[in-house]
Ligand binder design. Structure first.
Ligand code: BES
Ligand code: ZN
Length: 458
């Protein structure tokens, strides 16, 4: 049996095992689910040991544990691959009633596996475990040494991970870092991500009167905090969609001609955006194409806003406070802490003397990451995609963030390969997240090609 035929013969077993992992509701932002994150970590450790990895451990951190596993049987002269992934998932109240089936009871429908984490990122991480298992069980060996680093805080900013990496640089030492936590263009057209945006998240709270007031007795005499908040928020962009926070763009590097050429190949354009999202018209910086706005421009997004009465019927009240959640996507050369400080100053300057405001960091996320595409492992990735999909991948910059990538790249000084197997319509962070099963199986085949090609290139 070859690794490829092993994977084909066990395709359904692999899916059933993935379903077990998906049943564990490991939502990292919900503190009451902490035991479930532990359960997901220990499930993974046990699974790693069951497929032939020789060491697998759960390391506690101040928040959710990190799972580390390895097989170093290829020997000291063979290259070592570090696979990074995350076992935490996004919340499901998005809204919950729009899920057609229980987010934590994965089901197969029409060739897709539905469930929270199916793609992001349990399913995509599982591809690597199954590629290892297929090769190891079929041949008794693996072409390279492998290390797995799978964390539980990616969806909440990877806050505990930098300290873990600093303390374990030797343990994590590798020749290449491989991550499957992104998507390709379509089942027919693979793509390789060569840039990810950075991110930080924050909240702004506006305080007015000491407590809620009767709007008849006080309306027109105190500045309503909900009103003041939206007045502030409304000034954070200009009419062209540019962020107005002073200094926001100061460190942004001009877009290179080669980036513009690469992004011009992206299928994402105005028509596709309208079709995918249902908006009447696109919006945003007019000097940049849609693909450039997504992959190569920084943004400031309002993620949510609360304040005052939102229950049934009306309540004539002037609320005491109002709050908004904000995130900024960043591009290379922008520092998350510095941009956060600019946001704080900008909002302070916009706050009228009639209310008080506070801007707090939720998490510092991480800076943008760029992957040099002339690195040798990229060649292996190109060939692997071509072998399975019959077409060479396009190189694209993506708008999403994997906060730790730049940190890992720096701490370990390794080339990074971002090989996604998701599809643009997988409903990440939304109801009915799904993984196309053909992509799961093609992912395993692609990774087998990748791992087999790597030793000759490094
Ligand atoms: N898998 C995504 C990142 C991603 C999305 C890469 C789309 C490429 C294309 C990842 O799990 C994610 O969603 N990250 C968060 C991080 C944040 C919560 C700190 C993100 O980008 O919002
Ligand atoms: Zn993810």
């Amino acid at each position: 049996m070859t690794p490829f035929t092993y994977a084909e013969a066990h395709a359904q077993d692999f899916v059933e095992q993935l379903k077990e992992w998906l049943r564990i509701p490991s939502i990292s932002t919900q503190s009451e689910l902490k035991p479930e994150l532990e359960r997901a970590a220990f499930w993974l450790r046990d699974h790693c040991l069951s497929i032939g990895l020789t060491r697998a451990e759960v390391f506690p951190t101040p928040r959710h544990p990190v799972v580390y596993a390895e097989w170093l049987g290829a020997g000291p002269n063979a290259p070592t691959v570090l696979v990074y992934g995350h076992y935490d998932v996004q919340p499901v109240d998005d809204p919950y009633r729009e899920w057609k089936s229980d987010p934590f009871e994965p089901v197969e429908r029409e060739g897709h596996l539905y469930g929270r984490g199916a793609t992001d990122d349990k399913g995509q991480t599982f591809i690597h475990l199954k590629a290892f298992e297929a090769h190891f069980r079929a041949t008794g060996s693996f072409p390279v040494n492998v290390k797995f680093l799978v964390e539980g805080e990616e969806e909440s900013g990877s806050e505990s991970l930098p300290a873990f990496i600093q303390a374990n640089v030797d343990l994590l030492r590798a020749d290449v870092l491989v991550i499957s936590d992104s998507h390709i263009i379509s089942t027919e057209q693979p793509s390789l991500v060569y840039g990810l945006r950075g991110i930080f998240t924050a909240e702004v709270e506006v305080f007015g009167p000491r407590g809620d007031l009767h709007s008849g007795s006080y309306g027109g005499t105190v500045h309503n905090p909900v009103q003041a908040l939206v007045e502030i928020l409304a000034q954070l962009h200009d009419a062209q969609g540019r962020v107005t926070v002073p200094g926001f763009y100061d460190d942004v590097l001009p877009l290179l001609a080669e980036d513009r050429r690469a992004l011009a190949q992206s299928p994402m354009d105005e028509a596709r955006l309208v079709k995918e999202t249902g908006v009447p018209r696109p919006w945003g910086e007019p000097d940049y194409s849609i693909a450039e706005r997504i992959g190569a421009r920084p943004t400031l997004e309002l993620n949510g806003i609360v304040g005052g009465w939102i229950g049934e019927g009306s309540k004539t009240v002037i609320p005491a406070r109002a709050l908004a959640k904000i995130s900024c996507r960043l591009v290379p050369n922008q520092d998350p802490n510095q941009i956060f400080a600019l946001l704080q100053q900008g909002i302070a300057a916009l706050t009228p003397p009639t209310v008080r405001s506070e801007v707090r960091m939720i998490h510092a996320g991480g800076p943008a990451a760029m992957v040099p595409i002339d690195a040798k492992p990229i060649q292996a990735a190109v060939e692997a995609y071509e072998a399975v999909f019959g077409t060479r991948p396009l190189f694209l910059r993506e708008g999403g963030s994997i906060p730790i990538v730049a940190g890992l790249q720096g701490a370990l000084d390794v080339p990074v390969v971002l090989m996604g197997f998701g599809l643009p319509d997988d409903n990440l962070h939304a109801p009915n997240e799904k993984f196309t099963l053909a992509m799961f199986h093609k992912g395993i085949q692609t990774m087998l090609h990748f791992y087999q090609r790597l030793p000759a290139l490094l």
